[in-house]
Design a protein around this ligand. Structure first.
Ligand code: UDP
Length: 403
């Protein structure tokens, strides 16, 4: 708090714009709900806008997202034209002279900057995904735009693209808000009351994965793992809770595939925001689970892992991306690769709940120190001060100069 107050003082009234692709669904929106009011409380004149786009644009941005995470499918000439056109349309609605700092989140609006060649604002690209092994065609398509920024931010050092001419990269992880309805203290009794309304038998064991219906989150692998756990614990239930983001056209296809894969198993509950699963309900599922799973195959950070640990729940998650920075394997949770490994970890946690809970409490302490929103606000304030040439009084964030 002291650091935040000190860092905020010289930049009172700073005009900051956040621009992102969606106001709902997924981790970016989740962070914005907290970060925007906090920046406002710190005395900044902060605004959050969402870009406009039709399905054709979001189909292309989904391809871009997948390609940046390593998918070999690239962009056609028409896709590139669509991407450029929507960035241009959105740029036309923006007056950059209204802001001192413009923060662009993720690749969807990254090319807006091309339309402001003599902007006086500082432009920052906050990338929330893993760019360590991108499809070269797609990263090379974006590099000319990225190079125009004053700074970029990644969750991890290894996500910085290996390309010359990029701006300095700042490294910090995202964070969860301990006071938000998603993470506030909720008793087991209240959680049970909520889960009962979704048909969950609150006397029987429960595994939960909360995530968008997306191949990288591997819900089908979670079902495989659950089936293996069920051989040992026949009463176990599985909840797959996933929201539908409007910039995620693949979501419905994958939701239907997941439903088909569950094959009518009455102990598998596939729920979404369309079943009224909002923040408090997600909280309840996490609080009441015997194991919180996040079996991602690729993951920028994976807020759900910090969310599970924050609730002191045994957490089993994919050994990928930012998850590795949140779980110390077999000390605070389990890092896994295959459905079999995932099942073994769940069985281990369920066979000795006292030990699993003790591990999770250690994980909670890690989250308290590293992954809560006050730290995130502080990191942003450091960057704003650095961009304006102010002294940060010895408080700093990791920076990697461009190649
Ligand atoms: N989330 C939610 N409801 C859902 C699915 C996800 O509220 O049905 C939230 C989840 O609790 C987390 C965020 O969306 O806060 C997902 O962030 P994460 O970093 O795990 O993954 P992303 O979606 O950004 O890839």
């Amino acid at each position: 708090m002291e650091e935040i107050k000190r860092l905020a003082e010289p930049i009172q009234g700073l005009r900051v714009l956040h621009l992102s692709a969606t106001a709902f669904g997924g981790g970016v929106a989740e962070i914005q709900y907290t970060l925007i009011p906090l920046m406002h409380d710190a005395g900044l004149d902060v605004e959050w806008r969402v870009i406009h786009g039709q399905e054709e644009f979001f189909n292309v941005t989904k391809t871009v997202h997948n390609a940046l995470q390593g998918d070999p499918r690239g962009l056609s000439t028409e896709d590139r034209a669509i991407f450029r056109r929507y960035n241009e349309l959105n740029a036309a609605q923006l007056d950059d002279s209204d802001y001192d700092i413009i923060i662009i989140h993720d690749p969807q609006p990254v090319a807006l900057i091309d339309h402001f060649p003599s902007s006086k604002a500082k432009w920052i690209w906050r990338c929330h995904i893993d760019l360590s092994t991108p499809n070269p065609d797609v990263i090379d398509f974006l590099v000319p735009s990225i190079s125009r920024y004053d700074a970029m931010i990644f969750h991890l050092r290894q996500y910085i693209p290996d390309r010359p001419g990029l701006p300095p990269a700042f490294i910090w992880p995202p964070a969860i808000d301990p006071l938000a309805p998603k993470n506030m203290a909720l008793s087991r009794e209240d959680a049970a009351y909520i889960l009962d309304q979704f048909g969950i038998d609150v006397e029987r064991q429960l595994l939960t994965q909360v995530s968008r219906f997306d191949p990288w989150k591997d819900p089908l692998g979670v079902i495989d793992a659950y089936r293996l756990v069920k051989e040992k614990f026949p009463d176990v239930q599985l909840a797959l809770v996933g929201s539908m983001a409007h910039d995620d056209p693949e979501g419905w296809d994958f939701y239907n595939r997941t439903l088909a894969y569950a094959d009518g198993d009455p102990d598998i509950f596939i729920l979404s925001n369309l079943n009224n699963v909002g923040s408090v309900e997600v909280n309840a599922f996490q609080v009441h689970s015997d194991v919180v799973i996040q079996k991602s195959i690729r993951e920028g950070f994976g807020l759900t892992v910090s969310e599970g640990l924050w609730k002191g729940r045994p957490t089993v998650a994919g050994r990928v991306g930012g998850i590795v920075s949140q779980i110390r394997d077999r000390e605070t949770g389990w890092l896994v690769e295959s459905p079999e490994e995932c099942a073994r970890a769940c069985i281990e946690a369920m066979s000795d709940p006292a030990r699993a809970n003790a591990m999770a409490l250690k994980g909670k302490e890690d989250v308290r120190r590293k992954f809560l929103t006050p730290r995130l606000l502080r990191d942003w304030l450091v960057l704003f001060n650095r961009q304006l040439g102010n002294d940060t009084g010895g408080v700093d964030v990791e920076m990697v100069a461009s190649v």
